[in-house]
Every structure is written in C-alpha cells, then in structure tokens.
Design a protein around this ligand. Structure first.
Ligand SMILES: Nc1ncnc2c1ncn2[C@@H]1O[C@H](COP(=O)(O)OP(=O)(O)O)[C@@H](O)[C@H]1O
Ligand SMILES: [Mg+2]
Length: 366
C-alpha cells in the first residue's frame, strides 16, 4: 500500500504545496496515495496543515503547487458538487431552520434526485445512525451527539465514494466520542467508502484508522498503520507525539549492523537500534516505551547494558503499575508493569538495574 503507484490511487496528493499569503508554505511537500476503501487519518498538532489539506481535497481551497487527483482525474477539472465527496465538521453545520429530514434532503436535491428516491435514501441514512425517529425535529431540539449523528447521515445520504471528516467528534464527551468512533468505522467499512479523517487525538487515530499520516509543520512525518507508528517511529517527532515515551540523549559511539552503542550524556553506555542516525559522533535521542523497560534480571539478556535507576514514585493504576525513576540524570523516566501475581510493588528510594531489548530502544534524530 505504501508504495502504491499514484496512478492506481483513488486519492492522490502529488508534491502539493499551499501558501495563503504568497510567502509562507503551510503545506510544504505533500505526497499521499490512498486506495479505494481505505480509512486514513491525518493526525497532528494544531496548525500543522491538516484542515488545509482537507479543504484542498474538497475543492474549497486550491493548491499553490502540485496536483491532487481523485480516481485518476485532476480535481481542478471537476466542480465540487460532482466530486462525490461527503463532509462532516466539528461544529455539525446543520441548517438550523430546517428539520432533520430537510437537512438530509438538501444534498439530494442539489444532485437532482427525485422525491420518492429522496425519501427512501433519507430513511435509510437515518436508520444507519439510529436516528429514524427524529426526522421531524429541528437541530436545536437535539443533543450534541444526536446532531453529530445527523451531520454524519447528511454526509452519507447521497452515497459518496469519499467522505472527509474534520475533527467531527471534538466537541463531544469521552463516552459519546468512543461510541461514535466505533459507529463511524463500522459504517465506513460496511459501505465500502474511502475516508480521510482529521484529528489531533492520537487514541482516536490509532483505534479508527487503516493508516495514519502524522503531520507536523506542513509535512507528513510518517505514514503507517497504527501498530507500526507506535512500535517503529521513524523520527523523534513521531516517537514523542504518539503514545508515552522515554527519551535519553547522547552520542553515537559505534554502529554494528542492527546495533548502535550510545554514550549517554552522563557517560553511561546503552545499546540501541540505529533508526535515524548514520554515523559515530552524531548526537541522538533514544526512545524507549515505558512498557518495554525491565528490571528483573531473568527477563534481560546477560550481556545487555543496564542502567542504574532509583524509584521516585510508584503509582498503582489497577491494571498496571506505573513507576517514575531517576535514570541517567533525568527524573521523568517511566516504567510500566502489568499487574501480575508475581509483580512487586516498588517503593520510593529502591535502587534498580533497568534494561531492555536493544530492538526496543530506538536511536533517533537529536
Ligand atoms: N484561510 C486561511 N488564511 C490564512 N492562513 C490560514 C488559513 N487557514 C489556515 N491558515 C494557516 O495555515 C496553517 C495551517 O492551518 P490548518 O490547516 O488549519 O491546520 P490544522 O488543521 O492542522 O490545525 C496555520 O498556520 C493557519 O494559521
Ligand atoms: Mg484543523
């Protein structure tokens, strides 16, 4: 999928740049190919260019440079209402003076669909989002979650092949968000539609998507399925942005195949997988997930480099134990252990030797 040819793609961005003021590029060099039926999420901090990309794909903004293609055709040549794109935004954007049924009828009327067809499609779309009983209500008579379901039904009612969603659940509380996350992915897969979804919430991105494009500063920093993004971040930005992560800084001493020897700034040596470092002498940030840190000798290989650690804080979280450690001069090093029958509850002041498998410790850019 990652190396799919752009001419076979359903949605393709090719070297797309965007500037609003003719000076600063807010989208710098975007390349992206999506097959039909994929659920792709653009994830990134505020201002990283996600909405701009969605707006260019929808046709409300034009690219300053590069090409965007939909089903092989450059979208510049297709008027917005013929693109077959459904859209859902954070603030629902329902027409307040229209009933739910009238809101859903609108995109069908624009597409010149006859009355009896319209009624059948509206009923079906409302049933899909479990809102069949609400056709006669106005948006102000609905809760936030119900309004967002209607916005979703309105985006799906004309059976678009592509649906764009920009932070559609951002305004909802956690429980409702989780319910709708599940409903959106189920609907997308059942209907076989292609979705470009935008969020700044990493859990949402990881749980909903086939692939996630991590945005920062107008560029895609990494484009990968959720498990790869979490387990194999390619650079420090992605490692920091996705999930919890320990970072230690140092210098590359030597690289032998799949292992790099790193000297940390306080002088200690550790083994790491060289991911985004090229040669000895380079500064690096190594990243280790809290759940990959071990302190029991029998779980570490005998020749592993270990680090001295002092327990600063032990937090009982039910399913896991979270321990904050002083390691290599830092006081924010976190180790997570599963609450298993043989697991010890550590106490502040205890001294440990910690380690990990070299492949779980990634040497990235400094
Ligand atoms: N209509 C606009 N005019 C000028 N600048 C804009 C406009 N829309 C967005 N920007 C700027 O473009 C950058 C990217 O914004 P946006 O695409 O909205 O990011 P995101 O959706 O990731 O938060 C930001 O610096 C933002 O201020
Ligand atoms: Mg945005």
């Amino acid at each position: 999928m990652a190396d799919m040819k752009t001419e076979d793609a359903f949605v393709a961005f090719e070297r797309v740049q965007k500037s609003y003021d003719g000076e600063t590029l807010v989208v710098k060099d975007l390349n992206l190919s999506m097959p039909k039926g994929e659920f792709l999420t653009m994830l990134g901090p505020s201002g990283s260019g996600k909405t701009t990309c969605l707006m260019m794909l929808a046709g409300f903004e034009t690219a300053t440079h590069g090409d965007i293609r939909l089903d092989g055709q450059s979208i510049n040549n297709i008027p917005p209402h013929k693109r077959g794109i459904g859209m859902v935004f954070q603030n629902y954007a329902l027409f307040p003076h229209m009933t739910v049924a009238e809101n859903l009828s609108f995109p069908l009327e624009v597409r010149k669909i006859g009355k009896s067809d319209r009624e059948a499609k509206i009923t079906r779309a409302l049933d899909m989002v479990q809102m069949g009983a609400f056709a006669g209500r106005r948006p102000s008579q609905l809760s936030g979650g119900q309004q967002q379901r209607i916005a979703l039904a309105r985006a799906l009612v004309f059976e678009p092949e592509l649906v764009l969603m920009d932070e559609p659940l951002g305004a909802l509380d956690k429980q409702l968000r989780e319910t709708l996350q599940f409903e959106i992915t189920r609907l997308a897969h059942d209907l076989g539609i292609t979705v470009v979804y935008v969020t700044h919430d990493q859990t949402e991105a990881l749980t909903m998507s086939d692939r996630v494009a991590v945005f920062d500063d107008g560029r895609i920093q990494q484009l990968a399925p959720p498990d790869q993004l979490y387990e194999a971040p390619e650079n420090s930005f992605v490692a920091q942005f996705i999930g919890e992560n320990n970072t230690l800084e140092g210098v590359v001493k030597e690289i032998k195949g799949e292992t790099a020897l790193i000297q940390l700034d306080d002088g200690e040596l550790i083994d790491a997988k060289p991911v985004n470092v090229a040669q000895p002498g380079e500064r690096t940030r190594v990243s280790i997930r809290p759940e990959r840190v071990e302190y029991k000798k029998d779980r570490l290989s005998p020749d592993a480099h270990t680090l001295k650690a002092e327990v600063l804080e032990f937090i009982y979280m039910g399913d896991i134990f979270r321990t904050r450690l002083r390691v290599a001069g830092r006081e924010d090093f976190v180790m997570k252990c599963r609450n298993a029958p043989d697991q010890t509850r550590l106490k502040p002041g205890e001294q440990l030797e910690i380690g990990w498998l070299p492949q779980d410790c990634r040497a990235l850019d400094a």
